[in-house]
Design a protein around this ligand. Structure first.
Ligand code: ATP
Ligand code: LTN
Length: 347
């Protein structure tokens, strides 16, 4: 397999997703991974399966290994092309953990404690059961980004605070040790659709929702997909219209319909008009099944040959390590560690 050869003037981007579910859901797809596909043509793109982040909460090793492969298979199935981008698994690049340690030593305790994702997640499990890894999660995320000297990080609004910390840590490192790390631009991907739960259309679709009845999984069987879409909670009245305030359920269905077909929401709303919600739901169910089916088939095909899948990931890790190792060589030297091949073994 040929490694992607980036043009020297192409900007570098990095993004990641955790392998923490048996399938991506529609929110992950529309809000994150589907956006990655066109960017592999316009940027030198690094896409990472964040398995180190996945162990910040309780986990099962066999499940993690399986989910890591399922995540990779889905990413390839939705259109990531290893000839165009670098797709890799975080733990296969040991430099992530090493840089995270160094950055952790530059992070204030209070600074880390102000991260809202940590506050949310630790309050769910309780302070005693929340791990130090969960606390330093954003520092590891900063390492992910800074190792590759990424210029931009395409993520949704929910990651803004982590990106801001990344910028602060890069600036702090550079101020203390000399210019070394690239400060990434806080590029929130505009218009990233926030997809809401089909049963509770004011809450975001999430794998950690109490009930999965309103969560559409990419790898779900067609019968269940149809049932979930057809039984989506809609609003009072019967007119199909774009109205996030008063008709959040119907509007969410229009957002999904539009995103999966490329048709405008206005056009779809006009088609169904006052013929009631039923027709919209029946048709959207078919749109969802048609979207999921080919991706499921490709995902299954990748999973049938784990050795081939692993070798795609190994090639991605080799390419990622080349870049990461170069950054770490600079970082080690700047930080004041003894450097030189005789001391570093064969790495
Ligand atoms: P949790 O809610 O348990 O934290 P999640 O289901 O939101 O998990 P993440 O792994 O946190 O999934 O998110 C992966 C990516 O998918 C992130 O970039 C996030 O912005 C995006 N994403 C998640 N849910 C949605 C959603 N409902 N709409 C749009 N984007 C989403
Ligand atoms: N925290 C991110 C996943 C993630 C990431 C990254 C995203 C880990 N490392 C580096 C962008 C860049 C999430 O939960 N969406």
């Amino acid at each position: 397999m040929t490694a992607p050869t980036p043009a020297p003037d192409r900007r570098r981007i990095l993004s990641g997703i955790q392998p923490t579910a048996d399938s991506f859901h529609l929110g992950n797809y529309l809000g994150a991974v589907s956006r990655w596909v066109p960017m592999q043509d316009s940027a030198d793109a690094f896409y990472m399966i964040a398995d180190l982040h996945a162990i910040t909460v309780e986990q099962d090793p066999a499940v993690l290994r399986h989910r890591t492969r399922v995540a990779a298979a889905q990413l390839l199935a939705v259109g990531l092309d290893p000839a165009k981008c670098t797709l890799f698994v975080q733990s296969q690049v040991p430099e992530h953990a090493e840089l995270a340690w160094i950055l952790g030593c530059l992070t204030g305790f209070g600074e880390a404690g102000r991260m809202t994702q940590f506050k949310d997640k630790s309050s769910k499990v309780g302070a005693e059961r929340a791990s130090v890894g969960l606390f330093t999660y954003p520092v590891l995320q900063a390492a992910d980004i800074l190792l590759y000297r990424a210029n931009a990080v395409p993520v949704g609004e929910d990651q803004r605070q982590h990106l801001e910390l990344t910028r602060v840590l890069a600036q702090r490192f550079n101020a203390r040790y000399g210019p070394t790390l690239t400060v990434p631009e806080p590029e929130m991907v505009k218009g990233i659709a926030k997809i809401f739960d089909l049963q509770n259309p004011t809450a975001k679709m999430s794998k950690s929702a109490d009930s999965q009845a309103g969560v559409i999984d990419l790898l779900e069987d067609p019968k269940s997909l149809r049932k979930k879409v057809r039984s989506a909670v809609t609003d009072s009245g019967h007119e199909v219209a774009i109205d996030p305030e008063n008709k959040p359920g119907v509007t969410n269905l229009l957002v999904i319909y539009s995103a999966l077909t490329g048709r405008s929401m206005e056009d779809i709303a006009a088609q169904y008009g006052d013929s009631g919600y039923g027709g919209l739901k029946v048709d959207l169910a078919e749109v969802v099944v048609e979207w999921a089916t080919p991706i499921q088939e490709r995902t299954r095909a990748y999973l049938e040959d784990p050795a081939a899948l692993d070798s795609v990931l190994a090639a991605g890790a080799r390419r990622a390590r080349e870049v990461a190792a170069a950054t770490m060589a600079d970082v080690r030297e700047r930080t004041g560690f003894l450097v030189g091949t005789s001391l570093m073994g064969t790495a």
